[in-house]
Ligand binder design. Structure first.
Ligand code: CAA
Length: 258
């Protein structure tokens, strides 16, 4: 599939997907999100890829769902066809790690899409917010659900109800992003983190991602039991034999293809 709204780069075992609608600050529309789903599934199934980065431009990761496309939608349009965000959740079905590398605006659906990545590395010029209330709607891609789970109710209500935009430093302080780096270092940092992950055994990275995501869907007791099943499953992987024996033999492990 040829992409109109994405730019793809491959860096060894890392796939970099760049949202590319610069004139609209990467506003997320139906075509772009279909393309994103296609690219994500393709790399998830590619044995040569161990980690995926999702990024935007220096000015905008994404300024939200495309307001021009949806301004005249009616309730029946949106409800009947489950419109606007129905094709946004492909990213949640990706089993390999996905890093969000965010520079500039990550607003509304852009913030929600970033939160669907496994973790976010932000440029010091990044700005996060859920300003949907200012255009007369609620968030529609998990903002009211993922934000309180990530940053707590008080901060989430503040951002959602006031439409306040926060900078990268505040986003890091409240746990929305894992790292903040100078703008000109964002891609180096994201690629380096992704290469580190891609050099780990992919099968185990997938088990860890599965276990962490389970933490948001279940009780602590169930989650810990699930983790133990996956821990036991890890003993069925060649990565466990290689990792532990390499340690005992005082050599570096060879995880290629594992
Ligand atoms: N949808 C469509 N077009 C958008 C857009 C969006 N979400 N955000 C920006 N654009 C377009 C602008 O219309 C403008 O296009 P033109 O040059 O053709 O006029 C272009 O991108 C540049 O934008 P600005 O001139 O506004 O740039 P700025 O630097 O002055 O402001 C901004 C940047 C603060 C991000 C501002 O563009 C803005 O507030 N954007 C809207 C943010 C927003 O409300 N997002 C939530 C959308 S609703 C949603 O996402 C629902 C959901 O949960 C799924």
């Amino acid at each position: 599939m040829q992409y109109e709204d994405l730019i793809i780069e491959i860096h060894d075992k890392v796939a970099l997907i760049r949202l590319n609608r610069p004139k609209a600050l990467n506003a997320l529309n139906e075509r772009m999100m279909n393309e994103l789903g296609d690219a994500l599934y393709k790399f998830d199934a590619d044995a040569n890829i161990g980690c995926i980065i999702l990024t935007g431009s220096e000015k905008a990761f994404a300024a939200g769902a495309d307001i021009a496309a949806m301004a005249d939608y009616t309730y029946p349009d949106t409800y009947k066809d489950n419109y606007i965000t129905r094709n946004w959740e492909h990213i949640l079905r990706v089993r390999k790690p996905v890093i969000g590398a965010v520079a500039g605006y990550a607003l509304g659906g852009g913030c929600e899409l970033a939160m669907m990545c496994d973790f976010i590395i932000a440029s010091d010029n990044a700005k996060f917010g859920q300003p949907e209330i200012k255009v007369g709607v609620t968030p529609g891609a998990g903002g009211t659900q993922r934000l309180p789970r990530t940053i707590g109710k008080a901060k989430a209500m503040d951002l959602l109800l006031t439409a306040r935009t926060i900078d990268a430093a505040e986003a890091e302080r409240i746990g929305l992003v894992s790292r903040v780096v100078p703008a000109d270092k964002l891609m180096d940092e994201a690629l380096s983190a992704a290469a580190t992950i891609a050099a780990m055994p992919t099968s185990v990275a997938m088990l860890i991602k599965d276990a962490v995501n389970r933490a948001f869907e279940t009780t602590l007791t169930e989650g810990v039991a699930y983790e133990r099943r996956l821990f036991h499953a890890a003993f069925g992987t060649p990565a466990q034999k290689e990792g532990m024996h390499a340690f005992l033999e005082k050599r570096l492990p060879k995880f290629e293809g594992l």
